[in-house]
Design a protein around this ligand. Structure first.
Ligand code: GAL
Length: 708
């Protein structure tokens, strides 16, 4: 809690900028999601933010992080929002709190609590009583947690964002949507949010609209000014690169291009920007959205481990220069010149000070000079001087994990727990409520011939492992599309609107064929359905988020004949036994046996006191593994998948090279080979636990460290 004697701060705005206690404030902000790092890392991240010249931090508040189960609220430990805000305050960092209830952010279900899906008659993100009742209840709780940290109460929170990029769904929800978004803003006010409320990319009256993007062009600024007279221009999401999805290459963005676009935004009158992400962090456990890798590195200014990336060190030079001249920039008189060749030049004069920003296009390059013509920042020169001299520390492999043991996850035929029976397969989320990725689907099949057979699942998601008589015979063949389209022809046709040929869409995106060979006769078919996160937004389904489906919910056809008589078993037995936190609850077999997939592996990893007490980062090189989940000392490190990356994914900016400075990582390498292990989860004697769906070589797995 902020100390009682801290004075209230008044946040206001004019067309030029936000003001705190009557003084214009240039927002040099970076997004850090506290939910994507253990709390022990928060001070490190915030110190580095300060060190790299930020004066403000933005974070989303994910609803499902704080209400993991209906009416169960958790604001403790790694979910201690108040502690995070207090750490910001201690460092004199202001905060933009992006309170939701919807966030997006490549986080599971865009931040929504998965239980919402089970509320009768719910439609998410629109004027719908079942939805709004849950929002109101949660928001009441949430606001009471952060109210003491509002600037008006002497705390660091100067702005609160409500909802997120509503423009993306506004068309679908029409007038009801507009009523809902206006209600959201009013609700925040009613609950006591008395700092300015912002809404990015689609707002409501009474909220301050802000912009997001890779760049904010002069045309966009003109449009913004016209549509929002009297508001400051704030760039709430400046994308320094992009997230990565399983099966695609990694995304990168050249920092010179970022610096040029920041300066062009400022020359056009912008007075605040927020890197999304400044520190991406990690989607530990099951917190990733569908298809999003466990790493959320984002090619940000801090790397996934929280250390300044070279990009961050470079941009820090720009931040420091901007901070030093913010008075001139915000209070000076500005003259802007645009030349025919696209060059933009802005000069601010304030007292005896002056500052000139000059931006050229294609390729973008910008310089900042003072009144004597001295160069204060040059996107090229500042880059070359830093990038030629700096050598980041390398990673070292620690002694191999030892004492390997294994325990085969019981096949459905070996399970003693009750199955759910039904003629047709039952959709997975209605059985798991997203408390696990896994659900087995089992049936008897009769094959009419020896040799090759085809199993076709008309509607299934996400990754299927097919077993005949307990032996693996096939896996889903990615890449999967990020935006897949509606999940079922009947259920969502009405809502899908713009998507005309639903059947075709479904077939392309949810139908999966599996070819296998087997003998004539009766066989046991088991399919392990593995979900890889819930969608982050309507557009991934072309339908409201609550219509998402996982597992098998359509027809299952083998050699042209429909399979009937299914038994569903949600959860792995290892999960039911809470194996990650109680590894002694099963009888392990020594050594690394040759597995048929679906096996738990356990190994010991020793780390010396010396290494543990030094300033180090740790990661697992997961080479040798297939797909599954990793745990260390009971902590869920996340999903692993060594799938090769090919192509750019859903990001047409990379496809069409709509912006200079975007590039992809190498083709054919795993989208994610390394997995962050926070130091705070390590000790001298460690237990590494792996659940592996595929046949694999876990003996190749290594722990690596790097001195910071
Ligand atoms: C934005 C969204 C963010 C994040 C970002 C992409 O549109 O508001 O939450 O998803 O895209 O990384």
């Amino acid at each position: 809690m902020p100390a009682e004697n801290i004075a209230s701060r008044k946040v206001s705005f004019d067309e030029r900028a936000f003001l705190v206690d009557g003084r214009h404030r240039l927002l040099v902000s970076g997004e850090i999601h506290y939910a994507r790092s253990p709390r022990e890392l928060w001070p490190v991240l915030l110190d580095n933010a300060k060190e790299l010249g930020l004066n403000c931090i933005a974070s989303y508040v994910f609803w499902n992080w704080h209400e993991p189960e209906r009416d169960v609220y958790d604001f403790s430990g790694d979910r201690d929002l108040g502690h995070f805000l207090a750490l910001c305050a201690e460092r004199d960092l202001d905060v933009i709190l992006r309170a939701g209830p919807y966030c997006c952010a490549e986080w599971n279900y865009g931040g929504f609590a998965p239980y919402l899906r089970d509320e009768p008659d719910i439609t998410i993100r629109t004027w719908n009583a079942p939805y709004m009742n849950r929002v109101e209840k949660y928001f009441r709780h949430l606001v009471s947690e952060f109210r003491p940290y509002l600037a008006s109460n002497g705390g660091p929170v100067i702005l609160v964002q409500v909802e997120n990029e509503y423009a993306n769904v506004a068309k679908r929800y029409g007038e009801d949507g507009q009523r809902y978004i206006a209600w959201m803003g009013d609700l925040a006010k009613k609950l006591g949010v008395d700092v300015p409320i912002i809404m990015c990319e689609g707002g409501a009256e009474g909220a301050i609209e802000t912009v997001n993007g890779f760049s904010i062009s002069s045309d966009r600024m003109r449009k913004f000014r016209k549509e929002h007279p009297g508001l400051p221009a704030i760039w709430t999401e400046l994308w320094p690169s992009w997230y990565n999805t399983w099966g695609f290459q990694k995304h990168f963005r050249d920092p010179r291009n970022i610096a040029s676009h920041i300066l062009s935004f400022i020359a056009n009158g912008g007075s605040g920007f927020n890197y999304y992400m400044f520190h991406g962090g990690t989607n530990f456990g099951r917190t990733s959205m569908y298809l999003q890798t466990t790493s959320y590195d984002f090619d940000g200014l801090l790397d996934e481990y929280g250390s300044p990336a070279l990009k961050g060190r470079y941009l820090a030079q720009l931040h420091k220069m901007l901070n030093a001249h913010s008075g001139t920039l915000l209070d000076g008189k500005c003259e802007v010149r645009r030349n025919g060749d696209g060059t933009l030049s802005a000069t601010w004069k304030h007292g005896n000070k002056s500052l000139t920003v000059e931006c050229r296009q294609s390729p973008f390059r910008a310089t900042v000079t003072d009144k004597d013509g001295k160069i204060l920042f040059d996107t090229e020169k500042n880059y070359s001087s830093l990038y030629t001299s700096y050598r980041p520390a390398g990673w070292k492999t620690l002694p191999s994990p030892s004492c390997w043991r294994s325990w085969a996850e019981p096949r459905p035929s070996e399970r003693t727990d009750d199955a759910i029976s039904s003629a047709a397969p039952i959709e997975q989320l209605s059985l798991t409520h997203d408390r696990t990725d896994y659900c087995w689907y089992s049936a008897e099949i009769k094959l009419e011939k020896n040799g090759n057979h085809i199993l076709e699942l008309s509607h299934c998601a996400d990754v299927m492992s097919v077993f005949i008589d307990g032996k693996p015979v096939g896996f889903s063949q990615p890449p999967f599309l990020e935006n897949r389209g509606p999940t079922s022809t009947s259920k969502t046709k009405k809502n899908a609107g713009e998507k005309a040929n639903m059947l075709e869409l479904d077939v392309g995106q949810y139908a999966q064929p599996f070819a296998f060979s087997s003998t004539k006769g009766n066989h046991r078919l088991d399919i392990l359905a593995s979900a890889i996160g819930m969608v982050k937004g309507d557009w991934m389904l072309g339908a409201p988020m609550n219509t998402e489906c996982k597992g098998i919910w359509g027809k299952a056809i083998c050699d042209g004949r429909s399979i009937r008589g299914w038994r569903m078993r949600p959860f792995l037995v290892g999960e039911k036994l809470a194996l990650p936190s109680r590894t002694s609850s099963v009888k392990w077999q020594d050594g690394l046996r040759n597995s048929q997939g679906c096996v738990w592996f356990l190994a010991k990893i020793g780390i010396s006191k010396n290494i543990l007490s030094s300033n180090t980062n740790f990661r697992i090189d997961a080479t040798g593994l297939g797909k599954g989940m990793l745990f260390i000392n009971g902590h869920a490190l996340g999903r692993h998948w060594l799938i090769e990356g090919n192509g750019y994914g859903a990001d047409d900016k990379w496809q069409d090279k709509k912006l200079d400075g975007l590039y992809l990582g190498p083709q054919g390498e795993p989208t994610q080979r390394y997995y962050h292990v926070p130091k705070t989860w390590l000790k001298e004697d460690n237990e590494l636990l792996i659940f592996e769906e595929r046949q694999c070589a876990p003996g190749k797995v290594r722990l690596e460290m790097r001195k910071v």
